[in-house]
Design a protein around this ligand. Sequence first.
Ligand code: ATP
Ligand code: MG
Length: 310
Amino acid sequence: MKPNQPPGPPTTLRKEILEPAFHKCVDPFRIVKGKGFRLKNFDPGDTCGLTLDKGDAAELLERTTTWLSEMQDMLYAQDRCSLLLVFQAMDAAGKDSTIKHVMSGVNPQGCQVFSFKLPSAEDLSHDFLWRYIKCLPERGRIGIFNRSHYEEVLVVRVHEELLKRQKLPSISKHIWDERLADIAYFEDYLTRQGTIILKFFLHVSREEQKKRFIERLDEPDKRWKFSAADIREREFWDDYMQAFEEAVQATASKHAPWYVVPADNKWFTRLVVMGATVKALDGLDLAYPQIDPQKEKELAAARAALAKQK
Ligand code: ATP
Ligand code: MG
């Protein structure tokens, strides 16, 4: 692949990009059946034997971006399905930069990004899915959840005092299983409404997280990212991993798969997320809407009218 090579039509891109590079590095991380899922079987440093350097990986991403942007345009024109990309991760796993890189060529009009932080008083006055439902992508759009409804079975599970603030009339002793079942039904419902759901867990190792925190302390232009709270959350690492494992076991399905994305190498993280996204859109066999005979007549009349005008 040469740096200034013009992008070909989608079919060329499909053959050049999807088959060799992505096929191999997306499927191993895709979980469609929760039963038997164990996080320890996934290595955060995995690169599937690929040894692309930073430049090659960036170039491949750039070419794929062209294709993603073409598919997004058709998704928008069809105005039927929407795509929801859910990102969950421990701090410093690279959520923000992955979102930035993967969506870099996409038309901002067709894309909606929401970051979920501590819930507001208004959020806490409603059921636990309320604030996420409000942010679901419209038809034809790509929606990105930077953290998501899964926080309700991750951080809220790890710090049960957060649950007490949710003003529930009573707390069942099966609350986590119930919430996970509610989430799975919610996602079934969304799928039936035409939302394609992909869920990414950026799986960073504890060692790599420590290295990135130290970089944040050492490098002047990364210091703003440092938060003492992130260091405190590290203490709860095992609880988070356990909660996450159970979330995947309860909510991985064919229509709303989880991708446990190795996150110790940022270039590889981006490749897997990009690969999964273009594969999902490619599977929709998108095309621009056909014009019906009535519309054809209108177009012909418009052309004739324009031809008569000065
Ligand atoms: P970054 O650190 O890159 O800015 P971030 O997503 O970590 O991104 P922060 O503002 O650092 O953003 O943290 C947001 C915090 O809000 C996280 O610790 C997250 O777990 C927490 N949070 C998200 N949803 C909920 C929720 N429903 N209840 C309680 N805490 C939540
Ligand atoms: Mg943070």
